[in-house]
Design a protein around this ligand. Structure first.
Ligand code: AMP
Ligand code: GLY
Length: 427
C-alpha cells in the first residue's frame, strides 16, 4: 500500500520511521517532511493545509492510507474533505473528522463533552464578550491559582495559570477584549487548578474499539527543574512508572472507556489517535486536555517502544478488528531529549549550520529531525525545536544518559537542551 504522511516535525520523522518498517508499506510519501523523513521515504512539497493538492496527489499516486500528524488539518476537516471525494472513499484516513477533532480544537467543547460523559476533569465555566462582566465577578471570587484557557487552537500557548486575581483579570481582558489569541480567545474557559503529576495516554480508536499505545510523560517547561515558560516539549520518557495497577485501571474505566463510548453515543466519527493529557491528583486521574493526534515529542518515545506493526494497527482500526489485536511493547525504557534554538520559546535565529548529525550513533540511539532544513550540503536549523535525540535503556535514567552522551557529538550555534529529562524517575 502507498502511504502519505502529513507533517514535518520530529513526530512525523518518528512515524515515518515506524511506518516504513511495516510489511504493508510500499511507497511512503511525506508532505512536506524534513531531511530526516527524506532519508526514509519521498518528501513532497505540499502544505498540510492544501487539501485540494493533497487529494489530487492521493489520486495520482494511488495512496491507500493518509496518516495525519498535526492537529491543524484535522480541526480544519482533512478527514471529511478526503472522504467526500468519491474517488477516495476507500482511502483510509488516520485522524478524526472535524466534528470529533473539536475535542482538541475547542476547550469548551471538550469540557462539555467530559461533563456529559461523566469524565473527571477540573470544574470550569466559559465566558465570551456577552457574559464578560459575569466572568470578572467569577474570577474575583475564584480560589487561587486560576487557570484560563483560550477556547481555540493557540499552538500550546493559550493557557495561563494566574497566581493572583490581578494577573487573572488582566489576562482575561487581553484574551476576550483585545483578542490576544485572535478568534481562539473569543471564548475563554476558566477552570480550577489541579495539583499533581502530568502524563499522557494514547489510544488508537475507530470510535468503537480501541487499543492503548505505550504511555509517556513530556517536559513542557524550557528550564531545568520544570522552570520558565512552556514550550512544545523539551523531552519525554516512556514508560511512566506510576502508570500501572490501580491508577491505570481508573484511567481505563473513568477516562478511556467513557471517552470512546461517548464518541459513539454522540455520533462523532473518529478513526485515529486520541491523546489523553492526564494529571494524577493523589492517585486519581483527571483529564487536563484531549488532543486529536499523537504528541510531539511523545511520539519519539512511543514509536520506538511499539513493537507491533503500526500499519497493521491502522488496518485493524479500519476493519473493526482492534479488539482482537494485541499491542506488543518493548520492555526497555525510552527517553528523548530535544535540542532547541537559543532563545526558544521566544525569539530565536534560524539558519545555523548543524554539525555532527551524520555521525554514527550507537544502535540504542536515534536522532529524529524536527526544525531542520537543507542548505546545499548542510543541515541548518529552521525552527525552535531542532531535533529529538531518543535512546533506549534498561531504566529511564540510563536512556537519558545515553541521549545526553550522543548529544555531545551534535552542535550548532546557541544550541540548548535540558539535562534533567525524567528527573523525578531517576533512581
Ligand atoms: P493544555 O494546553 O490544556 O494542555 O494546558 C497546558 C498546560 O497547562 C498543561 O500541560 C498543564 O501543565 C497546565 N494546566 C492546564 N490545565 C490545568 C489545570 N486545570 N490545573 C493545573 N494545571 C493545568
Ligand atoms: N507535547 C505536547 C503535545 O504534543 O501537545
Amino acid at each position: 500500500m502507498n502511504i502519505l504522511l502529513l507533517g514535518a516535525g520530529g513526530r512525523e520523522h518518528a512515524l515515518a520511521w515506524k511506518i516504513k518498517q511495516s510489511k504493508h508499506c510500499n511507497r511512503l510519501y511525506i508532505a512536506p517532511g524534513n531531511p530526516g523523513t527524506a532519508a526514509i521515504g519521498e518528501n513532497v512539497a505540499m502544505g498540510v493545509g492544501d487539501f485540494s493538492a493533497i487529494t489530487a496527489f492521493c489520486k495520482a499516486q494511488a495512496i491507500g492510507m493518509v496518516v495525519v500528524g498535526p492537529e491543524d488539518p484535522l480541526v480544519n476537516g482533512i478527514y471529511d474533505y478526503i472522504k467526500a471525494d468519491p474517488a477516495l472513499s476507500n482511502t483510509i484516513v488516520v485522524g478524526p473528522s472535524a466534528a470529533a477533532a473539536r475535542l482538541e480544537g475547542s476547550k469548551a467543547f471538550a469540557k462539555a463533552f467530559m461533563e456529559r460523559q461523566g469524565i473527571p476533569t477540573a470544574a470550569y465555566k466559559e465566558f465570551t464578550k456577552e457574559n464578560y462582566l459575569d466572568g470578572i465577578a467569577y474570577l474575583k471570587a475564584h480560589a487561587l491559582p486560576i487557570v484560563l484557557k483560550a477556547d481555540g487552537l493557540a499552538a500550546g500557548k493559550g493557557v495561563v495559570i494566574a497566581a493572583t486575581h490581578e494577573e487573572a483579570l488582566s489576562n482575561f481582558e487581553a484574551m476576550i477584549l483585545s483578542a490576544r489569541f485572535g478568534a481562539a480567545s473569543e471564548k475563554v474557559v476558566v477552570e480550577q487548578f489541579l495539583a499533581g503529576v502530568e502524563m499522557s495516554v494514547f489510544a488508537l480508536t475507530n470510535g468503537r474499539q480501541f487499543v492503548l499505545l505505550p504511555e509517556a510523560k513530556d517536559y513542557k517547561r524550557i528550564g531545568e527543574g520544570d522552570m520558565g515558560p512552556n514550550t512544545g516539549g523539551m523531552g519525554a520518557v516512556s514508560p511512566v512508572p506510576f502508570a500501572q495497577g490501580a491508577f491505570m485501571e481508573k484511567v481505563l474505566e473513568r477516562v478511556v472507556v467513557p471517552t470512546i463510548s461517548g464518541l459513539e453515543k454522540e455520533g462523532l466519527v473518529y478513526h485515529g489517535f486520541v491523546f489523553f493529557g492526564l494529571i494524577n491528583v493523589g492517585g486519581e486521574p483527571f483529564v487536563i486536555e484531549y488532543n486529536c493526534r499523537m504528541g510531539d515529542p511523545e511520539t519519539e518515545v512511543v514509536m520506538p517502544r511499539l513493537e507491533s506493526d503500526l500499519v497493521d494497527l491502522f488496518l485493524a482500526m479500519d476493519q473493526n478488528r482492534l479488539s482482537e489485536v494485541e499491542v506488543k511493547i518493548d520492555p526497555r525504557a525510552a527517553a528523548t531529549v530535544v535540542l532547541v534554538s537559543g532563545g526558544y520559546p521566544g525569539e530565536y535565529e534560524r539558519g545555523k549550520t548543524i554539525h555532527g548529525l551524520d555521525t554514527v550513533f550507537p544502535a540504542e540511539t536515534m536522532v529524529f529531525h524536527a526544525g531542520i532544513g537543507q542548505q546545499g550540503e548542510n543541515l541548518v536549523t529552521s525552527g525552535g525545536r531542532v531535533a529529538a535525540v531518543t535512546s533506549y535503556g534498561e531504566s529511564i535514567g540510563s536512556s537519558v544518559s545515553r541521549s545526553l552522551q550522543a548529544i555531545q557529538k551534535i552542535s550548532f550555534e546557541n544550541m540548548a537542551f535540558r539535562k534533567d529529562i525524567g528527573h523525578e524517575f531517576k533512581p
